[in-house]
Design a protein around this ligand. Structure first.
Ligand SMILES: Cc1cc2nc3c(=O)[nH]c(=O)nc-3n(C[C@H](O)[C@H](O)[C@H](O)COP(=O)(O)OP(=O)(O)OC[C@H]3O[C@@H](n4cnc5c(N)ncnc54)[C@H](O)[C@@H]3O)c2cc1C
Ligand SMILES: NC(=O)c1ccc[n+]([C@@H]2O[C@H](COP(=O)([O-])OP(=O)(O)OC[C@H]3O[C@@H](n4cnc5c(N)ncnc54)[C@H](O)[C@@H]3O)[C@@H](O)[C@H]2O)c1
Length: 473
């Protein structure tokens, strides 16, 4: 559905997983759309984040699973093949070639324009192409900004000058560094410390907070800390790095009472919105800030503008960006047709799950799989809640899965409404337990009805029954 004069129903800035899904949803709704991309179609997740990082981790996970089953463990007679693991990672990153994604975009009836886009006043976008030429695009109905986020460089003296790795370099490295200092103990810090340690690097993880994964249930932080330390990662908590410098072929980080050295240093200290240089000031917004949006992902005060995915800072996760894209796309189509947009919770046009039902998995071993509110979040929100905990390793399915299985399930229950506010599973391979919890939280399934959701024997899911029994007392 090409446009000779650059006018489309919807103009989408950024062809990451979010932008692709906004464009796809509006085209399915009968509108025309153009995607503008300055780098690789598919965005961060495909080439520099989710897929390559999980490919780095998966081999270690698979070996750990076999080594934990007496009898099968005897078949593991070698070590992880680092070269083959890195080659497998390369295939998951499509060798940083986006031709498959481009073919998908074309097949979906979406126009693609290569270049750097910036807003230029109301419903207007200027694109500077690879040859330096400019194209003006005009949107009849909506402009969706889906430009994502980038690694934040913390304000540590000298850090920007030591050529630190961002997650891009850390997921794409061609060989393991001899030693790696990981700054930050959140999702990226924990996963990539786990990955590169297993691939042969000496890893030091420096976390400013007193615990890893500070937003998670404490049981998760404790289990991931214990596992990383048992494996040989040097984890340092509560350390405030004040300066960085290069010393020969090493980077040196300095804190009040210690020094940490490594061949490379990885910044895993969070993200910032990619809203600088994209012309947001031409429509009255502040560059560098996350876009402030309502639940239909419409930018507050600018009704034709949408901010979807990482760029709004609501939930920096691929699946949540794609969910927001579907909801925003539906809202754009409805508004274009003059139909009513329902702004209430759980409507076809709102991203309600962002607030209290977001699922996520930290892919370390143990994995941390959680959805909804943690006990601390329920407390801070002033919600009535009771915490129910059960050791997953006591369930027959878990005993069969791995000898000496260690794990914990934590459920946060609203005792007045008798529904789940949140659930966290910590343990090997718990990621696949998560979706049942997501359905229970989103559906606000009453505890009384959950007793009828009978887990098959002997599966790890029997932990659900044990949680209900513990709740009943
Ligand atoms: C190491 C790492 C691992 C992760 N692992 C997971 C995981 O396992 N699961 C998960 O759910 N999430 C994971 N995430 C988060 C996930 O990568 C992001 O939430 C997701 O990529 C956001 O998608 P997006 O489309 O909003 O932004 P992006 O993927 O960043 O896409 C934005 C696109 O916009 C383009 N762009 C930017 N500015 C312009 C411009 N001016 N003009 C034209 N194009 C522009 C960019 O080139 C890019 O292609 C991980 C993140 C990191 C850093
Ligand atoms: N498996 C997944 O789904 C996955 C994996 C990776 C990233 N992500 C997404 O990407 C986002 C960004 O990940 P992230 O790990 O960069 O951010 P994060 O917010 O998860 O963690 C950053 C950590 O860095 C620490 N920190 C901040 N400044 C520091 C400093 N100066 N020195 C030492 N520590 C410091 C913080 O205490 C925090 O724990 C995540 O919030 C998540 O949404 C998801």
């Amino acid at each position: 559905m090409s446009s000779a004069d650059g006018t489309y129903d919807v103009v989408v800035l950024g062809a990451g997983s979010t932008g692709e899904n906004v464009a796809d949803t509006v085209v399915r709704g009968g509108l025309s759309a153009v995607l503008v991309e300055e780098h690789l179609v598919g965005g961060e997740c495909s080439y520099y984040a989710c897929m390559p990082s999980k490919a780095l981790i998966r081999g270690t996970e698979a070996l750990d699973e076999v080594r934990a089953v007496s009898g099968a463990a005897a078949a593991v007679t070698g070590e992880l093949d680092v070269t083959a693991t890195l080659e497998r990672r390369d295939t998951f990153a499509h060798h940083w070639d986006d031709s498959d994604q481009v073919a998908w975009v074309e097949g979906a009836g979406i126009d693609l324009l290569r270049g750097t886009a910036r807003l230029d006043g109301e419903r207007s976008v200027v694109v500077t192409g690879p040859d330096g030429g400019g194209t003006r695009l005009t949107a009849r109905h909506a402009v969706a900004v889906c430009t994502g986020s980038e690694a934040m460089v913390p304000p540590v003296a000298g850090l920007a000058d030591v050529r630190p790795w961002t997650p891009r370099e850390a997921t794409g490295a061609k060989t393991p560094p001899r030693s790696l200092v990981v700054l930050g103990g959140g999702y990226v810090g924990c996963e990539l410390s786990f990955a590169w340690h297993a691939l042969g690097s000496r890893v030091t993880l420096v976390q400013r907070m007193p615990r890893l994964l500070p937003e998670a249930e404490p049981q998760a932080s404790d289990a991931v800390l214990a596992s990383l330390r048992d494996r040989g990662v040097d984890v340092r908590l509560d350390v405030d790095v004040t300066a960085a410098r290069r010393d020969g072929d090493e980077v040196v980080l300095t804190a009040a009472d210690q020094e940490v050295r490594g061949e490379e240093v990885l910044l895993a200290t969070g993200r910032r919105a990619r809203t600088t240089g994209i012309g947001v000031e031409t429509v009255g917004l502040e560059p560098g800030e996350y876009l402030d949006v309502d639940d239909t992902l419409q930018v507050r005060g600018v009704p034709w503008l949408y901010g979807v995915g990482d760029v709004n800072g609501r939930q920096l996760l691929t699946h949540m960006g794609k969910y927001q894209a579907r909801q925003a796309g539906a809202a754009i189509v409805a508004r274009a047709r003059g139909e009513e947009v329902r702004a209430g919770d759980w409507s076809p046009h709102t991203a309600t799950a962002d607030h209290a039902a977001t699922p996520s998995v930290v892919f370390t071993d143990p994995q941390v799989a959680s959805v909804g509110l943690t006990s601390a979040q329920a407390r801070d929100a002033g919600l009535p809640h009771r915490v129910v905990e059960y050791p997953i390793g006591s369930v027959a399915g878990a005993e069969l899965f791995a000898d000496g299985y260690e794990g914990t399930a934590v459920a946060v229950v609203d005792p007045e409404r008798e529904v789940l506010l949140g659930v966290t599973f910590v343990g090997p391979a718990v990621a696949e337990l998560l979706h049942a919890a997501t359905v229970a939280v989103v559906g606000e399934v009453p505890i009384g009805r959950l007793w009828h959701a009978v887990p098959a024997y002997p599966t790890v899911s029997e932990v659900w029954l044990r949680l209900l029994e513990t709740w009943r007392g």
